[in-house]
Ligand binder design. Structure first.
Ligand SMILES: Cc1ncc(COP(=O)(O)O)c(C=O)c1O
Length: 385
């Protein structure tokens, strides 16, 4: 193809191929165990597949309503009330999205304008900052550090000014596996009281939490819920990341603006899958057990690593485990992750890629949403390093 003859001005000049694609490609090339990208390597529920099939055969194959099927929104409202004692109107305050990433982008587009500042905690999921930039905003990053990646709220307070439009939080947290406590959210509530700051709370791993902790959703805190958009992902909850299905929940005045943008980004989402999830999610057992399910995998992986030189950091949620390799080498995270893939055949993700300044603490992220056989093989190799 002849190239486009005029000049191209990139809206994201610093952005190249993501490290996730690079590491997965390397893993394939070197036939390595791929613990880099976050996706399960096991089957999803047969019942859920059967339900999607059933609704396709029944002819539910045309556009769903713009905000999503009302039956699914009602089921989400019920679950939200049961779990967090928060009452949301399914008609006006819940929207089904094409995965959490779309919900996050839509929320940022709906509220962030030229000149606005958004506070982001780094290491951060990779879609937040590009979405802020694409909408003319500026990301102000608050750095969290190992081993516990704790937030110092008095320092966050100093970042707030009249341009602060939004604060993005994420718990359970990718990539660190840390969680916010009720005390953290009380601090955030105090910080934002009497401001017009909106909270965008990424809670895609709400059901993947360990050690008897309860997920602290912003929805439990009325002073936060009134200014929050909460994003969740069925991809994470039902081990079906390829389906790209999620939702956003927010008070009516925020959701009205969210939907104005949502309708022009995707309009509506996959119809038969919405019918299937609406039926499947009514049975609480289909999501309430996944914390225990992944905790077993975490414990299996961590236990298999007990004789390794890697230091295991605490993972209280998500399906990620951070390993600190300060005792092994001084190589940069990226160099070491590449060498681990090429020479030792285990792929991971350098945590430095989740900081815009590529801060290097010598910590790698491993995904344990894999079969025990895969985890055992990977751990065996890591113990030899
Ligand atoms: C913190 C976080 N937010 C959002 C997403 C995106 O979820 P989805 O696949 O539903 O778009 C992910 C996926 O890895 C994630 O880890």
């Amino acid at each position: 193809m002849k190239t486009y003859p005029n000049s191209v001005t990139s809206k994201l000049p610093g952005v190249g191929t993501s490290i996730f694609a690079t590491m997965s490609q390397l893993a394939n090339e070197f036939n390595a165990i791929n613990l880099s990208q976050g996706f399960p390597d096991f089957e999803i529920s047969k019942e859920l597949i059967g339900l999607v099939n059933k609704y396709m055969k029944q002819g539910f194959n045309q556009y769903a309503p713009m905000p999503g099927l009302i039956g699914l929104r009602e089921a989400i409202a019920e679950k939200t009330f049961k779990l967090y004692s928060a009452q949301y109107n399914p008609d006006k305050e819940i929207t089904i999205t094409a995965g959490a990433t779309q919900a996050l982008y839509t929320a940022i587009s709906a509220f962030v304008k030229e000149g606005d500042e958004v506070i982001v905690f780094e290491p951060a999921y990779d879609s937040y900052i590009p979405a802020i930039k694409m909408n003319g905003g500026t990301a102000l990053c608050f750095e969290l550090h190992p081993p516990d990646y704790k937030t110092d709220w008095s320092s966050v307070k100093k970042m707030i000014n009249h341009n602060t439009r939004m604060i993005i939080i994420n718990s359970p947290h990718n990539p660190t596996g840390t969680i916010v406590t009720a005390q953290d959210l009380v601090q955030l509530e105090k910080l934002t009281k009497d401001t017009d700051i909106i909270i965008l709370s990424d809670e895609v791993y709400e059901h993947i939490i360990f050690d008897n902790y309860e997920h602290q959703s912003v929805l439990r805190f009325p002073g936060l819920a009134e200014r929050s958009l909460v994003v969740s992902s069925f991809g994470k909850t039902f081990h079906a990341t390829g389906w790209k299905m999620g939702y956003c929940i927010a008070p009516v005045n925020l959701m009205t603006e969210f939907r104005k943008v949502h309708q022009f980004i995707v309009f509506a989402c996959n119809t038969p899958i919405q019918h299937a999830i609406a039926e499947f999610i009514k049975n609480e057992a289909n999501y309430s057990g996944i914390g225990k399910f992944y905790q077993q995998k975490r414990d299996f992986f961590v236990n298999a690593l007990k004789n390794s030189k890697f230091k295991v950091l605490t993972s209280s949620g998500t399906y990620f485990q951070l390993l600190d390799y300060n005792k092994i080498t001084k190589e940069s995270e990226t160099d070491f992750a590449i060498r681990l893939t090429r020479e030792f055949k285990v792929a991971s993700i350098p945590v430095s890629v989740f900081y815009h300044k590529n801060i290097d603490h010598k910590v790698l992220r491993f995904c344990f949403a894999k079969s025990e056989e895969t985890l055992e093989k990977a751990a065996e190799i890591l113990c030899r390093i």
